[in-house]
Write a protein that binds this ligand. Structure first.
Ligand code: MG
Length: 214
C-alpha cells in the first residue's frame, strides 16, 4: 500500500453525491479533471479551520470542489463560483440541486477576469478563495483576488506543479511559465505567506496578512 492509498482509505469518504458528480462529467463529455479527493478534503478542512463564510471559486466545471466547499460553510455562508462555459455551468447547477447545496451557491458564467473586475469594482470581499481555472491567467487571478481578500483570508490554488512541468527548467512553455510566476508571486508577495502542499497536482495555500503586516 502506498502512503496515498493509506490516506485515502482512512480519511476520504466520497459519498453517492460526489460519485454522481463525477459520473456527470463522463456523461456530458467534460474534461475529467475534477480535484483529487485528498486535495478536496484538504480544501474542505482549510475552509472549516478558517471559518470561511464567503468563498470565491474560479473554475466550476461540474461543481465537484464547489460541493466540498459548500459543505464546509456554516449556516448563512455562501460560495460564488465562476465558470466560462455555459454548458458546464448547467451541469454544475443540476449537481448543486442534487447535492442539496443549491441555496448556498451562485454560479456566474463568463470570462473570469471580467467577473472578477466587476466584483472588485462593486467592493465585494471574500475570506476564502480557490483558483482552479485556465492556468494562463493564474497570475492575473491572484492579483485580483488579493484586492478582494479580507485580512487573514486564505487563497488556495490547484495544479501548481502543472504535472511536474514547473520543476523542469527546460520547459519554457507559456502556461508553465505562468504557473511558475504564480508560485513566485505567492512566495514573494508582501501581503502573503504561502506553501505548496504536495497533494494531487500541488495545492497552494496562502494566507493574506492582516494589515499592516501580520
Ligand atoms: Mg485542477
Amino acid at each position: 500500500m502506498t502512503e496515498d492509498e493509506y490516506i485515502k482509505n482512512l480519511y476520504i469518504r466520497e459519498d453517492a453525491v460526489l460519485e454522481k458528480v463525477k459520473r456527470s462529467m463522463v456523461d456530458n463529455d467534460m474534461p475529467r479533471i475534477a480535484l483529487p479527493p485528498d486535495s478536496a478534503k484538504l480544501l474542505y478542512l482549510l475552509a472549516r479551520i478558517r471559518g470561511a463564510k464567503k468563498i470565491l471559486e474560479i473554475g466550476t466545471l461540474a461543481g465537484y470542489s464547489t460541493i466540498w466547499l459548500a459543505r464546509a460553510l456554516p449556516e448563512g455562508g455562501s460560495v460564488l463560483t465562476l465558470e466560462l462555459e455555459e454548458d458546464f455551468a448547467r451541469v454544475a447547477s443540476q449537481n448543486f440541486a442534487m447535492a442539496g447545496v443549491k441555496d448556498k451557491i451562485t454560479i456566474r458564467v463568463g470570462e473570469a477576469l471580467n467577473s472578477l473586475r466587476n466584483l472588485r469594482d462593486s467592493g465585494e470581499t471574500f475570506d476564502f478563495f480557490f483558483i482552479d481555472a485556465d492556468k494562463i491567467h493564474y497570475p492575473d487571478y491572484l492579483e485580483m483576488v488579493i484586492e478582494m481578500a479580507e485580512p487573514g483570508a486564505l487563497i488556495t490554488a490547484d495544479n501548481t506543479f502543472w504535472g511536474g512541468r514547473v520543476l523542469d527548467p527546460a520547459d519554457k512553455e507559456e502556461t508553465t511559465e505562468k504557473i511558475r510566476r504564480f508560485n513566485r508571486m505567492l512566495s514573494a508577495g508582501e501581503r502573503l505567506e504561502a506553501i505548496i502542499v504536495p497533494t494531487g497536482d500541488g495545492l497552494a495555500v496562502a494566507r493574506v496578512k492582516d494589515l499592516p503586516g501580520n
